[in-house]
Design a protein around this ligand. Structure first.
Ligand SMILES: [Fe+2]
Length: 254
């Protein structure tokens, strides 16, 4: 077993992508998996994804979609809202709260918002707002203050997900896309760094392969994993509340 830690995020009920990523992590011999949240939402297999996450991840944080199961979803777009309503319907336990259903539900209800380890911070979205704020490359042009504030709140390295777009913000306010990194490796510098680990179950950087990172002794490495997205797509299309867009986007990585 290596001393590498895998960090995954935004599984979004995509069981095929999650299995492929876990297999890859096991082949790498990682000693631990940290999950930055959004286990559910958008996809067809929330219960199975929660089971795998509960079993395999040492740390699991709360994403905005996990959180949305327990409140009215007024701020979601119709696609995301439909998926959360579907997820709540199949996952919410009945009055007698016992068994696997209740265990999953209570697990999701009590997910923490952040995790700190030395000078590393793990959150779903942003050090400014662990649940909802999007840190985007375009903010470096149009909203630099947001990135500066997020770096200020970063102890040294912050790991985030949420945008489904992998990449690294450095203290000189640059964004490093994994495709431009040699072997997907970003060496940590002395300054503060925010690492977006990308998405397992719904990548949006025009690459349909599942994405995650490993933390290595002196940096972070991006991994992309092929998975059978056509099976996920056919499950989405044969399930009631989903629209074609939720299936199509998996094949395009959008
Ligand atoms: Fe997400």
């Amino acid at each position: 077993m290596s001393d590498r830690i895998a960090v995954i995020s935004d599984i979004h009920s995509n069981l095929e992508a999650l299995h492929a990523v876990i297999d890859h992590i096991d082949a790498l011999g990682c000693r631990e998996i940290v999950c930055l949240g959004d286990i559910v939402g958008y996809g067809p297999d929330p219960e199975a994804c929660v089971d795998v996450t509960m079993e395999r991840c040492g740390v699991v944080l709360r994403g905005n979609h996990d959180d949305a199961l327990f409140r009215p979803v007024l701020d979601f777009n119709p696609v995301a809202r439909n998926a959360i309503n579907f997820t709540r319907k199949i996952m919410k336990p009945g009055l007698v709260r016992a068994g696997k259903k209740a265990k999953r539900w209570e697990f999701l209800r009590h997910l923490p918002l952040q995790h700190s380890r030395g000078d590393w911070l793990f959150v779903h979205a942003s050090p400014n707002d662990p649940l909802k704020e999007y840190l985007l490359k375009t903010d470096l042009l149009f909203c630099r203050e947001k990135i500066i504030e997020a770096l200020d709140r970063t102890p040294r390295i912050a790991f985030v997900g949420h945008t489904h777009i992998p990449g690294v913000f450095d203290e000189r306010l640059r964004f490093h896309e994994p495709r431009n990194l040699e072997d997907g490796f970003y060496p940590f510098e002395s300054g503060k760094t925010i690492v977006n680990v990308g998405s397992v179950g719904q990548p949006r950087d025009h690459d349909p392969r599942a994405c995650f990172v490993t933390i290595e002794s002196d940096g972070v490495r991006y991994h992309r994993v092929d998975y059978d997205f056509r099976t996920t797509q056919s499950k989405i299309l044969s399930n009631g509340p989903f629209d074609d867009f939720s299936a199509d986007r998996l094949g395009r990585g959008q």
